[in-house]
Ligand binder design. Structure first.
Ligand code: SF4
Length: 103
């Protein structure tokens, strides 16, 4: 099954919204079938075994199915801030942090 089929009646998480994300609809997570990257950078503040000397390679995708009341990334999680990327360009954020020598 390809990923588009999974998004046609989305039950990817226990929220079971059953919305058709391929038609621009969004469920609780606010995500359609577009990828939105809010941040791709080195992250220095995880535990040393994760961050190492250079920092961990961190890519923040917008949208979230959880909804914690104390969310520290609300503008990303529910505000969908960031840049829309295509499936074709989806490797760019990862190659960017790899190029930064992420741990
Ligand atoms: S919250 Fe998002 S990922 Fe989860 S079922 Fe709903 S639409 Fe799908």
């Amino acid at each position: 099954m390809d990923y588009k089929s999974l998004l046609k009646k989305c039950t990817l998480c226990p929220r079971n919204c059953s919305v058709d994300r391929t038609q621009g609809k969004a469920g609780y997570c606010k995500a359609t079938d577009e990828l939105i990257v809010a941040r791709a950078a080195l992250h220095m503040w995880e535990e040393p075994c994760i961050s190492g000397e250079n920092g961990s390679g961190t890519v923040f995708f917008s949208g979230c199915s959880v909804g914690c009341v104390y969310c520290q990334n609300y503008t990303i999680a529910k505000g969908l801030s960031g840049k829309r990327i295509t499936k074709k360009s989806s490797r760019k954020p990862m190659t960017l942090v790899i190029g930064m020598k992420a741990y």
